[in-house]
Design a binder for this molecule. Structure first.
Ligand code: ARG
Ligand code: ZN
Length: 876
């Protein structure tokens, strides 16, 4: 039974005796069970009487039978934690409604009706940060995926589209700014120091795109004239103290609008576009129609407080949310199994936006690094799911790297196979055909087939199957013919023991080793389990460059001579492939038995990269980056964290010693004044901090001196953070001075203090776990701010010396964290489960302790649906 729901029901209201009352085992929702909602809700009127402690919501819904669905004698409205005050139908008070668990069921005769429902909610008590909640004195909303039902009773599903009119009433002093979706229609003063504002959004939308903001905010304002001549007023809303850090966000909005017009022919469709920065936010940002709400982390930046990487991330996320206006809002999802329809496509759009603006090579390398460090482990672990899942218990758990980033890779493959021009025809057709609809992944694929002229019959398996395909490559040479024998295996994943081959498009080039060139890039598509590809005209065995620019999200296993990798690392004209050759050399050494020849080959390649004057410094730094621990773990049969840290750090030291002179010269010469220096400055800053890291690995005393000097003279956060990242791993007065200075210098800036936590929690030092425990007791630490929790604990969970401490205390710490956040903020709590869930890939002693912590969570009593689903999946 559900006492909370019963408490909300007025006396006498019947409560359905139904298993849906918080059942012990949460229901499994299945894709194949989709049925349309029996009612349409063409119009919604919301009237808010806003207060931090208590908010009254009057919802007026016009409803009519849905001709696409069977007849119904009642309407079932989702709810979550609502206090119901009254129900009326066509103006008549009603008490014949029933509660079905958290849902509200109102008997309705056929024909159109007006439903008026009054509920009361308590924003200040909303620690889940879903629905209407308070953050630093302001009120804001997060409704995707199922937060709207925490505001009012409603068919909270993405295929019910309504036109919203929103009236907000609030104290004028506490909440001088009242924003909602669409365009403003009216505002005015009321008695008792109160005021109101009314907004109207003419575009029908699902409830997850509803948004409201009330607070003491100021705006940076600007405008944009669309290609069709519409004048759009732009606003970036923040607390007054943050206004000076909004220029980059505003410029990013304008660049996004322009890019989407030029690249996809998509124009903005309202008179207003507002974004609001909120300090407490579970995710990155949210694409609510006309009123995007952002984590402050993805809005606020100036040179003093934000790194070059922060600036790029802000531009990328602003682009992402803006691009959703078409890929997500004008065309939304039929159900949440289709989430990748909007997220995969929109990630592709934001990635290529950034590539177009700042160069494709470094962006692509970074995106692939993230895919391999986060999505590959997900795809080979207990929570592996297809980009279009077949079932879920809690949809919040499916905002994953698979849905987002693998989803983007799948659409990128279509783009590679079609070519840019045909791909645009496909996207044009998709936007035209489905505008105003709640669509499916299948609709997108079909539009691509029809518009781009692709046959995607077999390709649809990419939507159905989980797991990263493994491709093996063998190369034979006879006469002047080269034969490549390619074979693929899609590994078994939970619930999917047998897999079928998928089409794998691979860009390749065959290099003439002597000439250092190739005769042209080609695209081959591996469709069978095993397939031969032949190439004539090669008198000598060529050097194969494969999966150039990472055309397919697969793992490639090939027998290639070390000299050939050294050759590609020095000569490949595809930047990604060049980087990949270097990574293969590094992985070969780090995952192998560490022989001298493998290390020498790395030295030869690194020497060539350091000497290559044609390289820009950012690409040089990128080429010299070591594989992440997450990817090293992914590529290991059985991962021994302690041993890998020693080996990876040892390699860093060796490279630092071997090239000490060159690194010192780079570190001395690349001091750049500021962001005003543009691209070259950014490139120099990147290389400079990488040089510092190698120098410090080779000679910690010299590293500490150089680090402190770089810290003190830093013109901005990029150099300062780069120095501090190195210093945090060292010992001595330089470290202490820099960390203390950093804290006091930025004590009033939450985003920078987040960095202070992360830098220390990420340090590869033996005593790091003790330091993390101390940081958790620091006065600036709080469990109620998701950014702060992530700053400390996501860093801890990703630090092999902290998380994988040999005595298991790191695992216990993360399990305690999950239990503490479990009910307070289930979404945030659940995000920490997968690190424990990876135990099958860790050496047996540690694996047993990880498993034991998962079992401790499983047995700890009432778990949120989010945590329960993740823990169950992890334990298999
Ligand atoms: N649609 C948002 C984005 O990708 C993500 C929102 C997800 N929020 C959540 N609480 N699950 O930009
Ligand atoms: Zn998104």
């Amino acid at each position: 039974s559900n006492p909370a729901a019963a408490d909300n029901a007025p006396a006498g209201a019947p409560v359905l005796p139904d298993a849906a009352h918080e059942p012990d085992a949460p229901a499994i929702i299945r894709r194949k069970d989709y049925t349309p909602f029996p009612w349409r809700v063409p119009e919604v009127r919301l009237a808010f009487d806003l207060g931090i402690e208590s908010t009254r919501v009057e919802a007026t819904l016009s409803v009519e039978p849905n001709p696409q669905a069977g007849a119904a004698s009642a309407i079932r409205l989702d709810g979550d934690g609502l206090v119901l005050e009254s129900v009326a139908v066509d103006g008549e008070p009603r008490d014949d409604w029933q509660r079905d668990g958290e849902a509200l069921v109102v008997p309705l005769s056929s024909g159109p009706h007006t439903l008026t429902i009054v509920t009361r909610i308590a924003p200040a008590e909303n620690t889940q940060l879903m629905g209407l909640y308070a953050s630093g004195g302001m009120l804001c909303t997060q409704c995707e995926a199922e937060g709207f039902r925490r505001i009012t009773f409603f068919p909270d599903r993405p295929d019910v589209l309504s036109v919203y009119t929103v009236r907000m009433e609030a104290d004028a002093q506490a909440f001088p700014v009242l924003l909602s979706n669409g365009n403003p229609v009216e505002e005015g003063q009321l008695e008792g120091g109160r005021h109101f504002a009314e907004w109207h959004d003419p575009w029908p939308k699902p409830s997850y795109l509803f948004a409201l903001v009330a607070g003491d905010l100021v705006a940076r304002r600007d405008s944009f004239t669309t290609m069709g001549g519409r004048e759009v007023e732009l606003g970036v809303w923040v607390r007054e103290a943050d206004l000076s850090r909004t220029e980059h966000a505003m410029e990013s909005i304008k660049r996004s609008m322009k890019w989407d017009e030029e690249t996809y022919g998509r124009e903005y469709d309202l008179d207003r576009f507002n974004i609001v920065a909120v300090g407490d936010f579970n995710m990155g940002a949210m694409e609510n129609k006309g009123l995007n709400i952002f984590n402050t982390k993805y809005v606020l930046a100036d040179e003093e407080t934000a790194t070059d990487a922060d600036f790029d991330a802000i531009e990328g996320v602003i682009g992402h949310e803006y691009f959703h206006n078409w890929s997500g809002n004008r065309i939304t999802c039929r159900d949440w199994f289709q989430l990748s329809l909007k997220e995969g496509f929109t990630v592709l759009r934001d990635q290529t936006f950034s590539e177009d603006l700042h160069g494709a090579a470094v962006k692509r390398i970074g995106d692939v690094r993230m895919l391999r460090s986060v999505q590959f482990p997900e795809d080979s672990g207990p929570f592996a799911h297809p980009i279009r899942p077949d079932s879920y218990k809690e949809i919040s758990n499916f905002y994953t790297a698979t849905i987002y980033n693998k989803g983007a890779e799948v659409i990128r493959m279509m783009r590679s196979m079609a070519g840019l021009e045909a791909f645009r025809k496909g996207s044009d057709l998709y936007f035209e055909r489905h505008d105003g609809e709640a669509a499916t992944c299948e609709d997108f694929v079909k539009a691509m087939e029809d518009g781009a002229g692709l046959d995607l019959t077999q390709f649809r398996r990419w939507y159905e199957q989980a797991g990263t395909p493994q491709v093996t490559v063998e190369q034979h040479h006879e006469g002047d013919r080269v034969t490549l024998t390619l074979a693929q295996v899609v590994p078994a994943t939970p619930g999917q023991p047998d897999k079928l081959p998928v089409p794998i498009p691979l860009k390749i080039a065959l290099f003439d080793r002597e000439a250092g060139t190739h005769s042209g890039e080609q695209l081959i598509v591996l469709t069978q389990e095993s397939q031969d590809f032949t190439f004539d005209g090669h008198a000598k065995p060529p050097v194969l460059s494969i999966n150039r620019n990472f055309t397919a999200p697969v793992a490639i296993e090939r027998d290639i001579a070390r000299e050939d990798l050294v050759f590609l690392a020095a000569h490949d004209d595809d930047a990604f492939a060049r980087h990949e050759a270097m990574q293969e050399l590094l992985l070969g050494y780090l995952l192998g038995d560490g022989d001298e020849a493998a290390r020498e080959a790395i030295g030869t390649a690194a020497g060539a990269i350091l000497a290559d004057d044609a390289l820009d410094h950012e690409m040089r730094a990128e080429l010299l980056g070591l594989p992440t621990f997450a990817y090293l773990a992914e590529r290991s049969e059985v991962f021994d964290p302690g041993a890998m840290v020693d080996k990876r750090e040892g390699l860093k030291t060796w490279l630092g010693e071997t090239f000490a002179g060159r690194f010192a010269q780079l570190h001395d010469s690349l001091a750049e004044p500021s962001r005003a220096a543009g691209m070259a400055g950014k490139q120099a800053r990147r290389m400079r901090s990488v040089a510092l890291a190698y120098l410090a690995a080779a000679d910690p005393a010299d590293g500490a001196k150089r680090g402190l000097a770089q810290y003190r003279d830093a013109p901005g956060m990029t150099d300062r953070q780069g120095a501090l990242a190195v210093l945090a791993g060292l010992d001595g007065p330089e470290r202490d001075e820099a960390l203390a200075d950093f804290y006091s210098r930025f004590a009033d800036n939450a985003l920078v203090i987040d960095k202070w936590f992360t830098l220390q929690a990420s340090a590869l030092r033996e005593d790091v776990l003790g330091q993390i425990e101390q940081l958790a007791r620091h006065q600036a630490f709080t469990m109620s701010n998701p950014n702060r929790v992530r700053a400390l604990y996501a860093a801890a969970a990703g630090n092999p010396l902290a998380f994988h401490a040999a005595d298991g205390t790191g695992y216990r710490m993360i399990a305690d964290l999950i239990l503490e956040l479990n009910l307070r903020n289930p979404q945030l709590a659940a995000r920490f489960v997968p690190s424990l869930g990876r135990f099958r890939r860790i050496e047996p002693k540690r694996a047993a302790m990880m498993r034991a912590e998962l079992e401790r969570i499983a047995g700890a009593g009432k778990l949120s649906r989010d945590v329960a689903e993740q823990v169950e999946a992890s334990l298999g």
